[in-house]
Design a protein around this ligand. Structure first.
Ligand code: NDP
Length: 293
């Protein structure tokens, strides 16, 4: 009835978008609409598949229709830059936008909430992270967003390990000197051995996505103190990487928490409201369960 009253008497509900290609299988709409509903926020969120040749027309269309904000997924996280008025520090440093917000003056600002979502999970797991060293596997969009936030948070050291070292070096070059964080790269050849007390390691490659058996080539030393292994892969939730870490006595952090957190930060950007993250996690689990039916 409230929706009908809004339609007849206004104000019309805010509209939000998710653009990418492909977008079928992306659960964000369900998670965001469940969160909006619990918040009594009258927003509508639409998942739109955009052809690469239509990105420019789509972006001007979303602006003309005064969408209040939205999410951007592959392959457009960099290609949307020309259609935005400004970028947050995170988006500029990691060279990718996954969240757009319309400002009160009608301009559109791009942010990256992936790394912020990860950082929130990490702080919730460890508390103070200042003295930690992080071994980060991968140098694509997810790894670059995570490295950016770790550097902005002034963590002690970040080591980017990637099979194509030039990509790791490009990320490191953007981040070196931004804060007191030491940023290094290492080429990944053969088995990478994780063998220091207090280490945090992050699996930020695409290995293990939709594959329960696949695991990057690493060995976890047993008997270490206070080590944490994190995976960005969220489907399956309990990846082979996390299982291997646990078998060696490491604590673990799954990628679903990061996915929930990046979404909750986006909702905060758009509405100023704090969504229920437990509900958001449950809605993602429900959405992924549909894929396995
Ligand atoms: P990209 O395609 O940008 O990067 C992929 C990275 O994985 C590259 O560094 C690539 O190395 C590396 N890689 C791929 N295959 C292998 C392999 N066999 N061995 C070693 N390294 C490999 O992907 P994204 O960074 O966008 O996404 C990575 C993962 O993060 C995906 O699973 C995605 O679903 C997940 N993700 C999770 C989020 C969350 O909220 N939990 C948010 C965003 C992403 P190279 O450079 O050598 O090719």
């Amino acid at each position: 009835m409230d929706a009908l009253a809004a339609l007849m008497k206004g104000p019309l509900p805010d509209l939000y978008f998710c653009i990418g290609n492909p977008v079928v299988g992306n659960p964000t709409q369900y998670m965001v609409e469940e969160a909006f509903s619990a918040l009594n926020h009258p927003g509508r969120y639409l998942t739109c598949e955009v052809q690469p040749t239509e990105l420019e027309a789509s972006m001007w269309g979303l602006r003309a229709l005064q969408f209040a904000g939205g999410n951007v997924t592959a392959p457009f996280k960099q290609q949307v830059f020309p259609f935005l008025d400004d970028l947050s520090e995170s988006a500029r440093l990691c060279q990718a936008v996954n969240c757009i917000t319309r400002q009160p003056d009608g301009t559109y600002v791009g942010d990256n909430t992936d790394g912020k979502g990860f950082l929130q999970s990490l702080k919730e797991a460890l508390g103070d992270i200042a003295q930690r060293k992080v071994i980060l596997f991968g140098s694509g969009g997810a790894a670059s967003a995570i490295a950016t936030e770790l550097v902005l948070a002034e963590i002690r050291e970040v080591v980017l390990v990637n099979r194509s070292e030039d990509k790791a070096q490009a990320v490191a070059k953007r981040l070196q000197g931004i804060s007191k964080t030491i940023v290094r790269t290492e080429k990944w050849e053969g088995t990478y051995r994780l063998q220091e007390d207090g280490l945090v390691t992050v699996q930020a490659t695409s290995v293990g996505l939709f594959n329960k058996q696949a695991c990057i080539n690493v060995e976890f030393e047993g008997g270490l103190k206070d080590c944490l292994a994190c995976d960005v892969v969220f489907n399956p939730v309990d990846t082979a990487f996390l299982q291997k870490a646990r078998e060696a006595g490491w604590k673990t952090l799954d990628g679903l928490g990061m996915l929930v957190n990046q979404g909750s930060i986006a909702i905060r950007n758009w509405t100023g409201l704090e969504p229920d993250r437990t509900l958001m996690r449950r809605s993602l689990e429900e959405a992924f369960a549909v894929l396995t039916k």
